[in-house]
Ligand binder design. Structure first.
Ligand code: FVT
Ligand code: MG
Length: 349
């Protein structure tokens, strides 16, 4: 718009303002930014504690916390410690936690059979949390990688991940978790058809109330490295996950993935990783209008923490800015290892 580009006022009023060089600008966006009250009044999106989901890592035993070296500030927790930690975030108003087990290597096998043990680590944590902290939502991960000796999310035949045979196991895993108290099942495996199969099984089992948060668009990403340390699969993993997780080059395909999951009965959609895929968050939100979440994954967390520890950036400011960015992109919430810290920060005001 040519006339708004700004002509010198002296061209219009005979040079009265030429001396101070003022531009003839009827529109000045800085006006709204000039004071804190005005910035608050014109702010488009707000991050609140209701937007946060806290992923936690579980280990066997009692009264133990183990630091995860590649995720400074994150610890693996025994179930009793997890209960205490979850109580504290529930008090801050965090709506939900997501549980990830670091399974005893002795319990891992090629079929991930420990996933179906109704007394496995996740199920024990679910029961304890449901009893002790009933007000918080419990989200569980459906995929076999914490339980397989090869670190893949599904069953292997040679070096091929079997789709339909894996889905049959995932359905049983989901039912096992629902039985133990999971409120939301989050399939992260990226097998085709798993959302529909799980939905049908839940409905048939009288569990129509259990929600499904689908990892609709999960990319084969380099940003999951520290997570694999946290759950102990980094060394075990053979090959990569490119035959089931999405190619980072693709965007339209994320819409097709999400569309199928919506048709199959997903209640919520998720995009993973987070910051490098904000365009996907926006496209899913605009297209489907579903409750849409982003997973700020371990590598994203580690990058901010590592830079902060080096004094290279202000960690707390970078944390809050990154979380705000998810809201701006259209996310209804964020799974983030920063959830507890961000909730404390939001509460402090
Ligand atoms: N299914 C959950 C994950 O794979 C999380 C990855 C991460 O935080 O890097
Ligand atoms: Mg899919």
């Amino acid at each position: 718009m040519h006339e708004t580009i700004g002509k010198l006022r002296d061209a219009k009023d005979g040079g009265a303002r030429a001396a101070d060089g003022a531009l003839d600008l009827p529109r000045r966006l800085r006006r709204n930014r000039r004071a804190d009250w005005s910035r608050r009044l014109t702010r488009e999106t707000t991050l609140t504690v209701d937007d946060l989901i806290w992923p936690i890592f579980l280990i066997d035993g009692e009264k133990r916390r183990e630091p995860v070296a590649t995720m400074p500030g994150v610890e693996r927790l025994t179930v009793d410690e997890a209960v205490r930690a979850v109580e504290s975030v529930a008090r801050l108003g965090v709506p939900a936690v997501a549980l990830f087990p670091n399974t005893d290597p002795a319990l891992r096998d090629p079929d991930g059979s420990e996933a179906l043990n109704p007394d496995n680590l996740v199920c024990r944590a679910l029961k304890a949390l449901k009893r002790e902290v009933p007000e918080i939502g419990l989200i569980t991960d459906v995929a076999l990688d914490p339980y397989t000796s090869h670190g893949h999310d599904g069953l292997l035949e040679g070096d091929r991940i079997l789709n339909d045979a894996t889905v049959a196991v995932l359905v049983r895993q989901a039912l096992t978790q629902a039985e133990a108290g999971a409120d939301v099942i989050a399939p992260s495996d990226m097998m085709d058809g798993r959302v529909g199969a799980i939905r049908t099984a839940f409905d048939d089992a009288g569990r129509a109330d259990v929600q499904i948060m689908s990892y609709a668009a999960k990319y084969a990403s380099a940003f999951y490295g520290p997570f694999r340390d946290a759950i102990g699969t980094r060394k075990a993993l053979t090959g990569d996950k490119k035959t089931y997780q999405m190619d980072p080059a693709n965007g339209d395909e994320a819409l097709r993935e999400a569309e199928l999951d919506v048709q199959e009965g997903a209640d919520m959609l998720m995009v993973k990783p987070g910051l490098p895929y904000l365009d996907i968050v926006r496209r899913l939100k605009d297209r489907f209008g579903m409750p849409t979440y982003a997973y700020q994954v371990s590598g994203e967390y580690a990058m901010i923490q590592a830079a902060a520890q080096n004094g290279w950036l202000d960690g707390e400011a970078a944390m809050m800015e990154s979380l705000q960015a998810f809201k701006r992109a259209g996310a209804d919430g964020v799974l983030t290892y920063f959830a507890a810290e961000a909730a404390r920060r939001l509460k402090a005001g």
